[in-house]
Design a protein around this ligand. Structure first.
Ligand SMILES: NC(=O)c1ccc[n+]([C@@H]2O[C@H](COP(=O)([O-])OP(=O)(O)OC[C@H]3O[C@@H](n4cnc5c(N)ncnc54)[C@H](O)[C@@H]3O)[C@@H](O)[C@H]2O)c1
Length: 322
């Protein structure tokens, strides 16, 4: 099997370590690097993952390295094709993602500056919260072209929507297609008009299968999908589905596949929205975002997307000073 490329995952907490494991198990990269500021944690996790290779049958090498807050140890990410930034605090029950902005902005800025120095050609996938704002900050702090910095949220929110619809209708998740756009927060925009379910080999609109009330309840559950997990776990936030989403994005980039998926990308005129990082559907390739793919929306959905854009635009302007 042909393996190629190097992907670095910054932050070896729940999200980072699970992402590194998924990436390594794809067995498509030469190397997965995992770093953290907690001494020994990334090295220990990497050793553990490498020891799983004979059992799971993959050859990708996992390298763990401790980095310092001033950038010590970052040489390990040199030559990375992709960097996934997961460093930062997760929510606690009752917190909004926005409550993390000041603390995580400091972390994301420090990480981004080191990424720019040591992996200047990488595509950067941001996952730290609040997602849309941290993606904007990572682009500012790296000064990378905007297509080379993107965020993970839409894949996860869409997967949550799909899972809820499949559970509600008692059908396989593979039979359900859903979509969420907008921000990874209060102004998330689930798009019922784009949701379909395959029944007896035929695609049917979700609106033909469920009442408006039932769809609204599923939309609301999707919007609160992260908080629902946080409330159950009590410490920490979701990581299995989030890690799957970030890993799939990295796979699309390294394989230059042109896969089309919902991500947080720089929007320049699409939907009549300009100059903001926002959850949209995009085609991914070796250069990061190849293009934003516009999809037909109802008037209500478009209005909600524009509202989301203005909400995140205001916050993204603030991060310049954090
Ligand atoms: N975008 C999404 O859809 C999504 C989903 C879930 C979680 N998240 C976010 O992802 C982030 C990570 O979540 P988690 O569950 O892994 O949290 P976690 O607490 O388990 O791990 C965070 C890790 O970051 C490390 N870290 C802190 N500062 C660092 C620095 N300067 N350099 C390197 N590493 C540093 C910590 O030591 C810790 O190990 C959080 O901000 C969380 O809100 C995003």
């Amino acid at each position: 099997m042909a393996r190629n490329g190097k992907v670095a995952v910054i932050g070896a907490g729940f999200y980072g370590s699970t992402t590194a494991q998924r990436l390594a198990e794809y067995d498509i990269f030469d190397e997965v690097v995992l770093t953290d500021i907690i001494e020994g944690r990334p090295e220990g996790l990497a050793l553990d993952m490498n020891q799983s290779r004979p059992i799971e049958g993959f050859e990708t090498k996992v390298t763990g390295a401790t980095t310092g807050r001033s950038g010590e140890g970052y040489e390990v990410i040199a030559g990375s094709d992709i960097v996934i930034m997961t460093a930062g605090l997760p929510r606690k029950p009752g917190m909004s993602r926005m409550d993390l902005i000041e603390t995580n902005a400091k972390i994301v800025r420090q990480v981004a500056e080191n990424v720019a120095k040591h992996a200047p050609n990488a595509v950067v996938i941001v996952v730290s919260n609040p997602l849309d704002e941290m993606t904007a900050l990572a682009q500012l702090a790296t000064a990378f072209p905007k297509n080379r910095v993107l965020g993970q949220a839409g894949m996860l929110d869409t997967a949550r929507f799909t899972n809820s619809v499949a559970e509600k209708l008692g059908v396989p998740v593979a039979a359900v297609t859903t979509l969420t756009l907008g921000s990874h927060g209060d102004t998330m925009v689930p798009v019922p008009s784009k949701c379909t379910v395959e029944v007896d080999g035929k695609r049917q609109p979700l609106t033909d299968l469920l009442s408006a009330e039932d769809i609204e309840a599923l939309v609301e559950r999707t919007r609160n999908g992260g908080a629902e997990v946080v409330a159950l776990l009590k410490t920490g936030s979701a990581f299995y589905a989030p890690a799957a989403a970030a890993a799939r994005m990295a796979k699309a980039v390294i394989e230059d596949s042109g896969a089309v998926m919902p991500v947080c990308a720089w929007v320049e005129g699409e939907y009549g929205i300009d100059g903001v990082y926002l959850g949209v559907v995009a085609e991914l390739g070796r250069e990061g975002v190849r293009k934003v793919v516009e999809t037909d929306l109802t008037d209500t959905e478009l209005a909600a997307l524009k509202e989301a854009a203005e909400a995140v635009r205001a916050k993204q302007a603030d991060v310049q000073n954090l």
